[in-house]
Design a protein around this ligand. Sequence first.
Ligand code: HEC
Length: 124
Amino acid sequence: MKNKLIHALAATAVAATMLSAPTIGAAADTANAKVIAQGKKIAFSRSKGNCLACHMIKGGSLPGNIGPALIAMKLRYPDKQKLYNKIWGKPELEVKYSMMPPFGRHVILTDDQIKKVVEFIYTL
Ligand code: HEC
């Protein structure tokens, strides 16, 4: 009897997860799509990120080639936090004499804007 009850409870729990998971996932996806779109806008904006001045980025026009093309970012930065730190301008990730602006350290972009840019370039 006790066993049967545990079984029934387990089945309910599985059913509940199956029912709720897709909804949560879909909501997170929409939020993420919005953040990615905002990040793209910031990255491409000539007065904000202006990443295109130096980097080739898929979908962007008139890119410069002072920096490396921003492609396969997930592969090159499996740790998203490291990518954030790189763009923020953590001194230990800085390349000597690089033109890459330390966006966070020099307050060119806010932390929130950098987070959005990271979400966008992580899709490249
Ligand atoms: C004035 C030129 C310039 C601008 C503007 C610029 N970068 Fe860079 N970036 C560079 C250079 C040069 C490098 C390579 C040397 C280094 O790592 O600092 C680089 C490196 C990087 C790297 C590391 C690439 C790798 O292969 O590890 C990332 C990521 C990056 N930039 C992202 C950005 C993003 C995002 C923006 C816009 C918010 C941006 N950069 C704007 C010049 C620039």
